[in-house]
Each structure stands twice: as structure tokens, then as C-alpha cells.
Design a protein around this ligand. Structure first.
Ligand SMILES: [Fe+2]
Ligand SMILES: [Fe+2]
Length: 301
């Protein structure tokens, strides 16, 4: 964190120096101001000039030294824009129950406060996250639309097709073996079956209709904008349904925590389910917040 000791700056240029430093901060980044008097006038100037864009925390208050930590906030940031800038935030949002894929356009601040958390603290935690996997280091923003479609098909669609039968099979096995002690397993099995019914035709629609239309429009600069927009909205509402099912699954499984009497298969089932959720949310984020957004911005025909 940057420390600015304003006792070393001539009084006439102090406030300007502080605001220059503040504007150079990244959202979520903080600076510490050290002074020999109560910095209340500075607080009033921040309140007047930067409403909603800063967080003020008194670290020490006299009698000789006053210290205040000022954090830069970005009121326009959405949860999707945070994941775009910091892909490793996706895992953290999953754990906190913050929906960045189907409701990626919600303001970050509101979403975080709804969970009873402090946006500035969470932002600084996000800035310090180390990408856990190769997929968290990918820079989707640089990719062409066609490449994003190819990537989604070969990674996420093939993953869904490989894992859905496994999850269905595990849900039946675990329900047969443990359903007597754990009645929620019946609903869990039904949710997984429902998820398959929702997702498989959805993947086909993307692969057979939307993705070919995107590739053609990108290659030729021509195409049916109205059809693409209609399809995009339809697919977004299907994402929402799948997202709701995953949320219900997270609830039923108590955040994928196996009960104490769980056997190895039961635990494995939950591990696979949690991995499926993570992949599905990344997949939906990639479509809703990267592909569809980029599509609206780049193809005008
Ligand atoms: Fe997809
Ligand atoms: Fe999709």
C-alpha cells in the first residue's frame, strides 16, 4: 500500500498531491495518508468531489499523528466486469453465492453488500488472488468471436456431455444406497435429471444455430441481426434456468458438504458436482458476458 506523508509536502499543494495519488489508484487499491493534524477538511473534500468512489478508514487519530486509509472504489463496476478483469474472482464469487454469470450486470457493490460483506475489503482480496488454474489466466478479451465459439464447444460443451451421464449415474447410485437416511437425495437426483433435459438441447441450439451464425457474420460482415438477438435472449433465459437449478443443488447439498456417514462414492459425487458447477458458471459467463457482449459491440449488420 502506498503511504503519503503529507508533512513532507508544502501545505499549498497537499490536497492536489493526495487527489493525484488517489486517481492513480486501481479500483480496490488503498493509500495511507499520514499527517500531523485531523484530516477532516480532506474528508469533506472527498465527500463533495468523489461521492461513492472512495472508502475512508481512520487508522489512528492523534494526538501527534493522524493516519487514514483511503480506498478507491469503482461505482460502475459490475460483478461480470470484475470477473473479466480478475478471472480468479470467479471461484471466490461461487463460494460466496454471488452470481456473476446469469446476473453479471448487477453492481458489484450492491451484490457484495447483500451478502453482508464490505466491497472495499473484498476488492482488495480479489486483487491479491493468485489464479488457481490455467483457465483463470486466459485473456478472453483478446479472442475473436469465432475463436470463443470454438473454445466453448471444445472445452465446455464437451465437458457437459462427458459429465452429465456420470452425475446422473452417481445420483442414482447414491440415492439407492443412502436415500433411506437422506431424503433430499431424491430431489437432488431429479434436479440433475432436469439439468440434463435443459442443457443438452441448449448446447445443440448453440452449436447448430447461433455459433455458425456468429462465425458467418464475423467472416463476411453480413447476417441476420434480428435472429441473433432473439436467439441470444432465448439462450440467456435458458442459462438462467440452469443457474437456478445449480443454486438449488448447492442448497440441497449444503454447499457440497457430504454428511458424516457418506461413503467414498457419495463424497466423489459431491466433488464432481461442485466441479460441474464451477465449469458451468465459467461457461455461462463466457457466453453471457464475453461472447454476447462482444457480439453486440462488433457486428453491426
Ligand atoms: Fe454453451
Ligand atoms: Fe449456453
Amino acid at each position: 500500500m502506498i503511504t503519503l506523508d503529507i508533512r513532507e509536502i508544502p501545505p499549498k499543494t497537499r490536497h492536489q498531491a493526495i487527489f493525484d495519488k488517489f486517481h492513480a489508484l486501481e479500483p480496490g487499491e488503498s493509500m495511507l495518508i499520514r499527517t500531523d493534524h485531523d484530516p477532516k477538511p480532506l474528508f469533506y473534500q472527498f465527500t463533495a468531489e468523489q461521492p461513492g468512489r472512495f472508502k475512508w478508514e481512520n487508522e489512528s487519530a492523534g494526538p501527534d499523528i493522524w493516519e487514514v486509509r483511503i480506498t478507491r472504489m469503482d461505482p460502475a463496476a459490475t460483478v461480470a466486469s470484475i470477473v473479466r478483469d480478475y478471472p480468479a474472482a470467479a471461484g471466490l464469487f461461487n463460494r460466496l453465492g454471488i452470481d456473476y454469470c446469469c446476473h453479471g450486470d448487477q453492481p458489484f457493490e450492491q451484490a457484495v453488500r447483500r451478502e453482508g460483506l464490505d466491497p472495499a475489503e473484498l476488492m482488495s482480496q480479489i486483487r491479491n488472488l493468485t489464479p488457481a488454474s490455467a483457465s483463470e489466466r486466459l485473456n478472453y478479451g483478446q479472442w475473436s468471436l469465432s475463436f470463443i465459439c470454438d473454445f466453448i464447444e471444445s472445452n465446455h460443451h464437451s465437458y457437459v456431455r462427458e459429465k452429465l451421464p456420470l452425475l446422473k449415474d452417481l445420483s442414482e447410485k447414491v440415492q439407492n444406497a443412502h436415500g433411506g437416511q437422506h431424503s433430499f437425495l431424491m430431489e437432488l437426483k431429479e434436479c440433475i435429471s432436469h439439468l440434463g433435459q435443459e442443457l443438452l438441447p441448449h448446447l445443440r441450439k448453440e452449436e447448430d444455430v447461433l455459433f455458425p451464425a456468429i462465425r458467418k457474420a464475423e467472416a463476411t460482415g453480413t447476417g441476420d441481426t434480428e435472429m441473433r438477438e432473439r436467439l441470444k435472449n432465448e439462450l440467456k433465459s435458458e442459462h438462467e434456468k440452469a443457474g437456478q437449478l445449480m443454486k438449488r443443488i448447492r442448497q440441497i447439498t449444503n454447499h457440497y458438504t457430504p454428511p458424516e456417514d457418506a461413503c467414498a462414492t457419495f463424497s466423489y459425487f459431491y466433488q464432481e458436482l461442485e466441479a460441474f458447477e464451477k465449469d458451468l458458471f465459467t461457461h455461462v459467463h463466457l457466453e453471457n458476458n464475453i461472447l454476447f457482449e462482444k457480439l453486440s459491440r462488433t457486428i453491426i449488420c
